[in-house]
Design a protein around this ligand. Structure first.
Ligand code: NIG
Ligand code: FE
Length: 411
């Protein structure tokens, strides 16, 4: 008997998310749904999916994990934009915003990103890793098995490295896969004596080569915004980052436009936020290779409009959905709650939402081994205790997966 094969099923429904395009609108009738399905797993990967009874006779040597209740199986979720490595809390900012205070007033009262930088710098690498593990494991329990995690609360070479080392350490201690991104270009640090370009030059020349050498990340992000960096300032930084071989991503058009243009010009993997994008920016991104990432958690956290997800898809763009989980603008961090709220506001099909938190999100991270359930892919999948996949968004995040499988193992 070959014990390395496992057959699991029957699933009432198995949604493969296979045979769907990377770009453009999707309707639910495009979803491939296998009823009474099974999955054969070999080590950390899927060998094949199909009808349970057929697989049972075709793979008679497999160890069978027979399910006695109704489950819907889906690829597990990918959250392609988070800031879950941080110190402190910004509950005060949240209360001040709701009391009508402006961004500037909050920053002057000691809040904003700089407050989190101060709190993060106070923590040791070990403490920071510990906090990251706690957040990652919370995500994991909700079915998010791949999590992008940004630095950006260190804001000098040494502290940024500490953050990325902490993320690496956390990755080795959680079952979720953590994908690190350097966001040293989050804002010009207040304790840096020099202008924004000089700060970017410093991290470009000292930090980026070091990240390559230490193998800490292959992704670079920048916040292009009036309160952070201008498109011109980021231009030189991105040129160098691209030369060094980093994949790029941008915090774009959150409050004012400018970032999308840079993202498209540099063929960034993704342009994230886009709440302030107009028709021109939407047209630009829809025609490009860059994937738009909607962050409904930031709209909910700040009480601002949602990204024009419907328009982006209808214009032919690719759309992923992520939490932006961070202590400032998006403290909730529940991917399915947020994605289903975006769906009702933007009139997204279930297929569009599921694509946005599986294979389209994986594509922003350059990961082609997950987000679809078919032979050769990682056996990363969620089982929901229900008869129909439609229940998941309908229950707006209240229905949690009762089994989470990561790399062929039940967690
Ligand atoms: O994606 N926009 C910039 N950065 C984060 C917020 C980070 C923070 O406020 O701490 C965001 O919303
Ligand atoms: Fe963000």
């Amino acid at each position: 008997m070959d014990n390395s094969l496992k057959l699991i099923g029957p699933f009432r429904q198995l949604l493969t998310l296979d045979h769907l395009p990377l770009k453009g609108a999707l309707t639910d009738d495009q979803l491939e749904i296998i009823e009474q399905a099974g999955m054969v797993i070999q080590k950390e990967k899927i060998l094949t999916v199909g009808k349970f009874t057929t697989l049972k006779s075709d793979y008679s040597e497999a160890e069978i994990n027979e399910l006695k209740e109704d489950f819907v199986a889906l690829p597990s979720w990918v959250d392609c934009h988070t800031h879950i490595c941080f110190g402190g809390s910004r509950a005060k900012d949240f209360a001040m915003r709701n009391a009508g205070k402006t961004y500037l007033e909050i920053a002057e009262a000691g809040g904003g990103i700089w407050d989190t930088v101060t709190q993060t710098r106070k923590l040791s690498l070990e403490e920071l890793a510990q906090r990251t593990i706690i957040n990652a494991n919370r995500h994991l329990q909700e079915g998010v098995t791949t999590i992008e995690v940004k630095s950006g609360y260190g804001l000098n070479p040494e502290e940024e490295i500490k953050m990325l080392e902490a993320i690496k350490k956390a990755d080795s201690k959680t079952k979720a896969d953590l994908i690190p991104t350097c966001l040293a270009a989050h804002m010009k640090p207040r304790d840096f004596e020099g202008n924004a370009s000089e700060y970017l030059e410093l991290i470009s020349n000292t930090l980026l080569p070091l990240l390559k050498r230490k193998n800490l990340t292959n992704r670079v992000d920048a916040f292009i915004e009036k309160s952070a960096f201008s498109p011109q300032e980021i231009n030189a930084y991105f040129l160098h980052a691209k030369e060094l071989g980093f994949d790029l991503t941008v915090h774009a058009d959150q409050f004012s436009i400018g970032g999308t243009q840079v993202a498209v010009e540099f063929e960034a993997k993704s342009a994230d936020h886009l709440e302030a994008s107009g028709d021109r920016e939407i047209e630009l991104i829809a025609k490009s290779k860059t994937i738009a990432v909607a962050l409904p958690g930031a709209s909910i956290g700040l009480g601002v409009a949602f990204t024009a997800a419907r328009k982006i898809l209808d214009k032919g763009g690719s759309l992923a959905i992520a939490t932006d989980w961070n202590p400032g603008s998006a403290p909730m961090g529940d991917l399915v709650v947020q994605a289903s709220i975006l769906a009702t506001n933007e009139k997204l099909s279930t297929a569009e939402v599921l694509a946005g938190i599986t294979y389209r999100a994986a594509a922003t991270l350059n990961l082609s081994d997950r987000g679809v359930l078919k032979g050769g892919m990682l056996a990363d999948f969620n089982l929901f205790p229900t008869e129909s996949y439609q229940e998941i968004l309908y229950q707006q995040g209240k229905l949690k997966p009762s089994q989470i499988w990561k790399r062929g193992e039940k967690i």
